[in-house]
Design a protein around this ligand. Structure first.
Ligand SMILES: Nc1ncnc2c1ncn2[C@@H]1O[C@H](COP(=O)(O)OP(=O)(O)OP(=O)(O)O)[C@@H](O)[C@H]1O
Ligand SMILES: O=C(O)[C@H](O)COP(=O)(O)O
Length: 395
């Protein structure tokens, strides 16, 4: 894989795919970690005289223009971090984008509107995706892939565009791979993996391969309810992947056969609604009332998880233990973050919201060995899967 140091970029138009998928609340960025992580590559290209065209996605607007998913606030923050104006194009490959690119001189930066406003970006149809990739590639002469958090997506800007332009990997991708590679080689054991978050259908499958790699799998967050339901328990109105119950039963059985320890919460914070001020209480994990939703692991589980991390030598964590954005449901995530720190293990926290959670809950990032911008991307890398965004960057 070439890196951007191998490219001659002065005066040339360089399209950079970055992962700027940051959490927003009421239009305000609540954690700018992913923007900061993109700055070294964007800044270096600008410094070397490239006309830098940044592209990225935000959320899942599903091919429609939805103002609440606009990258406009991100353009402003990117400009502050770079210390220079960032021209914002109000479309992806239309008149505004073409004008923004045409107006750049060497050293200047533009950001295109959310790639996922275009149906071609995420289309499963190769021809539709390819047609959009043609239009995106036409904006630039060179492509730099730096959106590590999205390399597991076979999307036009990640997979198809680099096949149409001379390309290289940015500094973030190189740095992430340097650390994550260590988790695929000689891991110090016990190796514990903590899974949570809300992208349950996306991420349950990772357990299949983790059963052959990890010594312990701790499950919290929205992922836990499919496990509790698989064990025959009521989960109320909590997140549930009904069609995965048999798969999960299979995981539990295989874990028992192979000596991998599954750690599931013993208590849950169950709320009357998805709201910070909703009535809520701690209930036993096998006694969630039918009209309640589980929004955090309970205090006993927080202690249990920390105890099962205490003697680990390697820990990978993706997915908050609860809806940490709301204070009453943030305690499980806090307990696990503290558990990682206290373990003294080699600790990697991966994922947009997971990284945001540790920062927002006041933890010093430096107390973890690595904070990765990739959640699903890191998991798929650890699974040993072929990642479209990495394959496409190979020569
Ligand atoms: N019990 C729960 N019910 C509903 N949502 C939950 C629950 N527990 C955690 N969450 C939510 O999960 C979200 C994060 O999940 P997600 O899988 O996106 O993690 P991530 O670290 O951002 O990884 P990635 O980078 O792959 O997106 C948070 O916004 C949090 O509120
Ligand atoms: O948040 C992430 O993990 C990346 O930005 C990818 O987002 P996605 O899961 O919506 O593809």
């Amino acid at each position: 894989m070439r890196t951007l140091d191998d490219l001659d970029v002065a005066g040339r138009t360089v399209l950079v795919r970055t992962d700027l998928n940051v959490p927003l609340q009421d239009g305000k960025i609540t954690d700018d970690g992913r923007i900061r992580a993109g700055v070294p590559t964007i800044g270096a290209l600008a410094e070397r005289g490239a006309k830098v065209v940044v592209c990225a996605h935000l959320g899942r607007p599903k091919g429609e223009v939805k103002p609440e998913f606009s990258l406009a606030p991100v353009a402003a923050r990117l400009g502050e971090l770079l210390g220079q104006d960032v021209t914002f194009a109000t479309d992806v490959v239309g008149d505004s984008a073409r004008a923004a690119v045409a107006g750049l001189v060497g050293g200047q930066v533009a950001l295109l509107e959310n790639l996922r406003f275009e149906p071609g970006e995420t289309s499963k149809d190769d021809a539709e995706r390819g047609a959009f990739a043609d239009r995106l590639a036409a904006l630039a002469e060179i492509y730099v892939g730096d959106g590590f958090g999205a390399v597991h997506r076979r999307h036009a800007s990640v997979y198809d565009v680099p096949q149409r332009l001379p390309h290289a990997a940015g500094y973030l991708i190189a740095a992430e791979l340097d650390v994550l590679r260590k988790l695929t080689e000689d891991v110090a054991r016990p190796y514990a993996v903590v899974l949570g978050g809300s992208k349950v259908s996306d991420k349950l499958g990772v357990i299949d391969s983790l059963l052959g790699k990890a010594d312990r799998i701790l499950v919290g967050g929205g992922m836990v309810f499919t496990f509790l339901a698989a064990q025959g328990h009521e989960v109320g109105t909590s997140l549930l992947e009904k069609d995965q119950l048999d798969t999960v039963r299979g995981y539990l059985a295989r874990a028992e056969e192979s000596g991998v320890e599954f750690v599931l919460p013993t208590d849950i914070v169950a709320a009357a609604a998805f709201a910070a001020d909703a009535e809520h209480e701690v209930v036993a994990a096998d006694a969630i009332p039918a009209d309640r939703m589980g929004l955090d692991i309970g205090p006993e589980s927080g202690k249990l998880f920390a105890a099962r991390l205490a003697d680990a030598r390697t820990v990978f964590w993706n997915g908050p233990m609860g809806v940490f954005e709301m204070e009453p449901y943030s305690h499980g995530t806090r307990a696990v973050a503290q558990g990682l720190i206290d373990s003294g293990a080699f600790t990697v926290v991966g994922g947009g919201d997971s990284a945001a959670a540790v920062r927002q809950l006041g933890f010093d990032e430096h107390r973890f060995s690595h904070i990765s911008t990739g959640g699903g991307a890191s998991l798929e890398y650890l699974e040993g899967k072929t990642l479209p965004g990495l394959i496409a960057l190979e020569d």
